[in-house]
Design a protein around this ligand. Structure first.
Ligand code: FEO
Length: 394
């Protein structure tokens, strides 16, 4: 790949990864991703913002082949997909200094063994003159590590945001062209990476609202020439009302739980409540995360395996608890053979969720007429609670 011009003296570098399908051995990448670095050539100083995975360092070095002098490398975020090639870059440019936040300094030394005397730390709000251009560093902790910051290029009004506002998309588009596609990918990214930290991210949103931004340049996915697209979306995902939606992750082993799921979904739909149903045996966990961003209610469906919930459901509950969505209500449905502690175990797994628990419906064996009546009551209760809160369909 070759560098691509963004503006005079500002170039995209990095790698568009069309092939990888799992990030950090955890996160599905249905559309690949990109690792974006940015070269800024000021009248006096040249700076590289972020790098790429260490395995891609030769790619980045080849893009820098015509750059004889690099004064600074900026590390906005110490995670290896952006910092991994810093050692190779500093080896190629031994006079370059690494600029980062005070918290990132220790992390970069720990994970990459970067010599301490190569590092300059900048404070929140500190500026760096490149001659005719000025970079301002803004601390934005927990997007999504404690050390993260963004950089604002004053003269060009570009915000280099690293993971903040990113999306996992491989594309030849330097800038967003298909807003709906990028919105969906950025929502997936927010749900999987940022949502657990939404309260502190709100403070970061307030901080960057003071800046006049023409372009947001994240380190994954295309750049935003219309920053309000992603800024408005983040504000909505963080603080917007939950919707008249039930998210229903479930597993069924012999069909009884599935019959309960089918009944409940039909009953809720009849009452005007939207349902997003996810079979945890086959689902893309990222789609579940997206649905959790603004769901009003979660209903977990599980058979009892041995004495507790199905292991896939345990994973789903652990994930929901870790992601801390805004959800308001939660219930559990499912079938058991002879006993167990499914409800107690699941209830103990969601301490991070600030939810009202609606009476679960657990049935022995296949659901009976009485059990379907209990599910109908659960459906009525959910619909009423959504109506009382004024929840709307999106
Ligand atoms: Fe893209 Fe947190 O690294």
């Amino acid at each position: 790949m070759v560098p691509r011009k963004i503006k005079d003296e500002i170039h995209w570098m990095g790698f568009v990864d069309w092939d990888t399908r799992l990030f950090d051995s955890l996160i599905p990448l249905p559309d690949g991703t990109s690792y974006n670095a940015f070269l800024i050539e000021g009248s006096e100083k040249t700076v590289l913002i972020d790098t790429v995975e260490s395995s891609l360092s030769d790619e980045l070095l080849s893009q820098l082949a015509n750059i004889s002098k690099l004064d600074y490398v900026v590390s906005l975020h110490a995670e290896q997909d952006h910092s991994g090639s810093i050692p190779e870059i500093l080896a190629q440019y031994p006079d370059a200094k690494l600029i980062t936040s005070s918290k990132a300094k220790d992390i970069l030394i720990d994970i990459l063994s970067i010599p301490e005397d190569s590092i300059i730390t900048v404070a929140d709000g500190e500026t760096l003159s490149l001659g005719d251009k000025t970079l301002e560093f803004i601390y934005t902790p927990w997007v999504h590590w404690p050390e993260t910051m963004v950089a604002y290029l004053r003269e060009d009004k570009i915000l280099f945001s690293c993971d903040f506002f990113g999306s996992h998309i491989a594309t030849t588009d330097l800038f967003v062209t298909d807003e709906a596609r990028v919105y969906e990918a950025a929502k997936r990214y927010y749900a999987e990476i940022m949502m657990p930290f939404k309260k502190v991210i709100k403070k970061n949103m307030d901080k960057i609202a003071r800046y006049d931004i023409s372009i947001i340049a994240p380190s994954h996915g295309p750049m935003y020439p219309r920053p309000s697209l992603i800024i408005d979306a983040y504000n909505d995902w963080i603080e917007g009302p939950v919707q008249n939606t039930v998210v229903l992750p479930y597993i069924s082993m012999h069909g009884s739980t599935k019959k309960m799921v089918d009944f409940l979904v039909s009953s809720l739909a009849e009452k005007g409540v939207k349902v997003e149903q996810f079979n945890l045996a086959v689902t893309d966990i990222g789609k579940l995360a997206i649905a959790l961003v603004d769901a009003g209610t979660i209903v977990i469906g599980t058979p009892t395996v041995l004495t507790g919930p199905h292991p896939n459901v345990v994973y789903g509950a652990y994930l929901a608890n870790a992601l801390r969505p805004k959800v308001r209500f939660l219930s559990i449905i499912g079938s058991y053979g002879w006993g167990g502690k499914t409800v107690e175990i699941l209830a103990g797994m969601i301490p991070n969720l600030d939810v009202e628990v609606i009476e679960p419906v657990l049935v022995k064996g296949a659901p009976s007429k009485t059990d379907f009546e209990a599910l109908e009551n659960l459906s009525k209760t959910i619909a009423e609670k959504h109506r009382d809160l004024g929840l709307k369909n999106n």
